[in-house]
Design a protein around this ligand. Structure first.
Ligand code: SF4
Length: 375
């Protein structure tokens, strides 16, 4: 029994697969992925974008392979990438084989769309020969015609039936290193489809609310849809789908996992919305700090609170804290490990807090090193 049972999430017991070195499913950390939006044939542009995606902390990156020029570039892309690359294939089985040969760690492909059984066998053989996993990606917007006729409209039952039919083809070919997604832009539909799928199979699930929209509305929809699923223990890897820079998708993905305490990465900032009581400009300060603290990957917490109404209480649970000293006072209180430490002028606030967070991160890493070295 944990100390705060209301915070416990009991993850669904999925089987584990590997996407390159990244374990997906079972007790593996829930991985965060995104997708490049460069022209894949432009290997340099794609590799440059993958670097930014890696720096943002992504565990896996997907690259679409619509043509032969793309799979030709995949060799250089997979060699340069420091995180496993998933090749996104639609329909054309030859692109899948080329991507597997080029070093992709996973193929996103629906075996039911490849065509003949012999083509499926060829793709499965290429995946096995090159250590590729696969992802079956069912999308409410592109369900098979026979299912649309049977069910009349995209619905959870149709999506699960589609997913299980594709999975059956892989199982019949002796291939089990696959995960499944059943995405929809409507969170109600996506959540219901994932819930039903989670009951029907033990394979790992890749979560996504597809075509969720722009930065704010897409983040909200993704947080509601994926949040509901993750909270109930469903989901082994996630992709937030935004009409925004892929780096933002990674950030939002981590923020969803951080909010549910399923992953920890970087500085978790607790900050107030600010009001007339604020002793400094909370909004601008937090904006600056988010930017200046991006480089810290060590999980730690920071509270930035406008006044004493909530400042000391929030500081209690954070590694570093700052509380405004009241309107017009020009200084505030620094907290270290939850305890009041000293006052500083608001003018040096951002630089000082960045310095304290860097020190704290180094201390946490040093302690972690010591505990790992201990017999
Ligand atoms: S903590 Fe203080 S400044 Fe911040 S919103 Fe609450 S009352 Fe306002």
């Amino acid at each position: 029994m944990s100390v705060r049972a209301y915070r416990d999430i009991h993850r669904r017991n999925s089987r584990q697969i590997h996407v390159g070195p990244v374990a997906v499913g079972g007790d593996a950390p829930i991985s965060v992925q995104t997708m490049t939006n460069t022209v894949t044939a432009d290997a340099k542009a794609t590799i440059d974008q993958i670097r930014r995606i890696e720096e943002a902390g992504a565990d896996i990156v997907r690259v679409s392979c619509p043509d032969q020029e793309s799979t030709a570039a995949m060799k250089a892309i997979c060699r340069a990438a420091r995180i496993p690359v998933v090749a996104d294939i639609h329909f054309h089985y030859k692109r899948a084989i080329e991507a597997a040969e080029a070093g992709a760690a996973c193929l996103r492909i629906n075996p039911g769309n490849i065509g003949s059984a012999s083509r499926v066998r060829e793709v499965v053989k290429a995946a096995k020969d090159h250590g590729c996993a696969m992802r079956i990606g069912v999308n409410a917007g592109s369900l098979e015609q026979d299912l649309m006729e049977k069910y009349g409209e995209p619905c959870p039952e149709a999506m699960v039936e589609s997913a299980l039919a594709h999975a059956g083809i892989l199982e019949d070919n002796g291939f089990r290193e696959y995960k499944i997604s059943v995405k929809a832009s409507d969170p109600f539909l996506a959540v219901a489809a994932y819930q039903a799928l989670a009951k029907a199979t033990d394979c790992p699930l890749h979560l996504g609310i597809t075509e969720a929209g722009g930065m704010i509305s897409g983040t909200v929809k993704s947080s509601i849809g994926m949040g509901a699923l993750l909270w109930s223990g469903i989901g082994d890897t996630i992709r937030v789908s935004l009409s925004a820079d892929p780096v933002e998708e990674v950030r939002v993905g981590f923020d969803i996992l951080k909010a549910l305490a399923l992953r920890a990465r970087g500085v978790n900032i607790v900050s107030c919305p600010s009001c007339a009581r604020q002793g400094f400009d909370v909004i601008d300060t937090v904006k600056l700090l988010e930017e200046r603290l991006k480089h810290i990957t060590t999980p730690m917490s920071l509270s930035i609170i406008g006044c004493v109404v909530n400042g000391p209480g929030e500081a209690l649970g954070t590694d570093v804290g700052f509380t405004g000293g009241g309107a017009g006072k020009g200084h505030g209180q620094v907290y270290l490990n939850g305890e009041p430490a000293y006052r500083i002028d608001n003018e040096i606030l951002v630089d000082h807090i960045v310095e304290l967070c860097e020190k704290k991160a180094a201390e946490i890493e040093a302690n972690r090193g010591k505990s790992q070295a201990a017999p």
